[in-house]
Design a protein around this ligand. Structure first.
Ligand code: BES
Ligand code: MN
Ligand code: MN
Length: 458
């Protein structure tokens, strides 16, 4: 163990140099233009797994982007860990707001700037390098390990559920490990025990075959932009409460214990506002900010379009309008059920003078796990050793669809050991990975393998 930890510390520079190569591949999953890059990225990872010393490696094509798999099963009698990560990244627009190019990784003041640096390539790399360190220094790992890295997380993991369903024997493990979440605060290691789910929709509203002269037709027909605005206003009241009938029925309230733990976390609303340039917070009445982010469902309009937005003026009634609407879900809401409730409600609130088409784009289930599970406790001890600080247990506002799938199909718990930060700029310009966190993360993961080895009796 000591030797492995020394090796990890000594090799940090090499790790980062290699990571730069991984980060240079523009693996943007939502853009068909990057399809070849996605394949390159999957191949790059597979080669890496081979170099590290995985006994089996394989690329599985899907209807979308390929899945990379590897296994090292040289520790008979020891538990098996399934490491999950994603090699796809978010789009990079608006490009002009980046200080360095998103796919030309640049180190500046202890951070590496690049799209994917923290979400999730950097954190995948951190785990792979620990596996490498064990195999290089000891010729073995204290556990068996399977690695599953997908290329469609940022677009809702659409092909993953079927894949996991049809490869249950191959993926059979005792627990999963994921590094794809932010820490609560710099220097405070955090273990996620809950994730929100997601249901994502597109609404298309049509009024007429084509745009109409607003003089000849204004007054006789509805304006689709107005119809859309009316629909959107009927989705939530001024108190931030979602108006879809039945929407809250399956929401599990926070326990008193959770509320107490939450109130102990170092959270300051004023600093939060200042950090992100928000004049005043807004959210569902009757709940504190962290409760709203972690334990309450939300409904957002991600974007909308319709009609004339060019220079100057044009007198027109647009033929159509569009909105992208998503809901973050909490245990025990189900995305498919919520979609049904939404569709029913839309039928009631859509003015009869337009045609509405609702499309379910993607989604994922919420997840929560008891924190006294041996795997979660092993993660806690590992973070304590890696950071010298006792970690906090937090819920997360974001979504990682695979976690609920793993619980449901493989019946395994997941330890969320992420080392992102609130200011990592994930999904935004100037995404960055803190190199101190990368280092402490590698050391923590090395300890986790060791702690996990003795935490599960086989
Ligand atoms: N790494 C994030 C998930 C995350 C973000 C967890 C913040 C906790 C806090 C992941 O890559 C992500 O962005 N997921 C998407 C999933 C969606 C497309 C189904 C998300 O949350 O929007
Ligand atoms: Mn991610
Ligand atoms: Mn993401």
């Amino acid at each position: 163990m000591e030797e492995t930890l020394t090796y990890i510390s000594k090799n940090q520079n090499r790790y980062i140099n290699e990571l730069k190569e991984f980060l240079s591949i523009p693996s943007i999953s939502n853009d068909p233009k990057n399809q070849a890059d996605m394949r390159d990225c999957a191949n790059f990872l597979r080669d890496q797994l081979k170099d590290i010393g995985f006994q089996q490696t394989k690329i599985f094509p899907t209807n979308g982007h390929p899945i990379v798999f590897g296994e090292w099963l040289g520790a008979p009698g020891k538990p098996t860990l399934l490491f999950y990560g994603h090699y796809d990244v978010q789009p990079v627009e608006p490009l002009e707001l980046w200080t360095s190019k998103p796919f030309e990784p640049t180190i500046h003041q202890g951070e590496i700037y690049a799209r994917g640096s923290v979400d999730d390539k950097g954190q995948v790399w951190m785990n792979l390098k620990v596996i490498e360190a064990y195999l290089k220094t000891q010729g073995s790992l204290p556990i068996n390990i399977k690695v599953l890295i997908e290329g469609e997380e940022e677009v809702g993991s659409t092909n993953l559920e079927n894949f996991i369903y049809s490869h249950q024997e191959m993926l059979k493990s005792d627990a999963a490990l994921i590094s794809d979440t932010p820490m609560f605060k710099h220097g405070l290691p955090s273990i996620g025990y809950g994730l929100r789910g997601l249901a994502y929709f597109q609404l298309d509203i049509t009024g007429s075959y084509h745009d109409l002269h607003s003089g000849s037709f204004g007054g006789a027909v509805i304006n689709p932009n107005f119809a859309l605005a009316q629909i959107i206003l009927s989705l939530k009241d001024e108190k931030g409460r979602i108006l879809i009938p039945g929407f809250y029925d399956d929401v599990v309230p926070l326990t008193t214990k959770e509320k107490i733990e939450m109130s102990k976390l170092p959270f300051n609303e004023k600093t939060f506002c200042k950090d992100f340039g928000v004049p005043k917070l807004f959210g569902e009445q009757g709940y504190k900010t962290l409760e709203r982010i972690w334990a309450r469902p939300t409904l957002e309009v991600n974007g909308m379009s319709g009609g004339f937005i060019g220079e100057g003026s044009k007198t027109v009634i647009p033929a159509c309008a569009m909105a992208k609407i998503s809901m973050r879900l909490v245990p025990n809401q189900d995305p498919k059920h919520v979609a049904q409730l939404f569709e029913n409600y839309l039928q009631n609130i859509t003015p009869p003078s337009v045609t509405l088409k609702m499309k379910y784009l993607n989604g994922g289930k919420p997840w929560i796990t008891p924190i006294d599970h041996p795997t979660i406790q092993a993660a806690s001890r590992a973070f304590k050793k890696g950071y010298g600080t006792t970690p906090v247990f937090i819920r997360e506002g974001g979504s990682i669809p695979v976690v609920a799938i793993l619980a449901e199909i493989l019946d395994i718990p997941t330890a969320l050991m992420g080392i992102g930060l609130p200011d990592s700029n994930t999904h935004a310009p100037n995404e960055k990975l803190n190199l101190t966190n990368f280092k402490n993360g590698t050391i923590s993961i090395a300890h986790f393998f060791d702690e996990f080895s003795s935490s599960v009796s086989n």
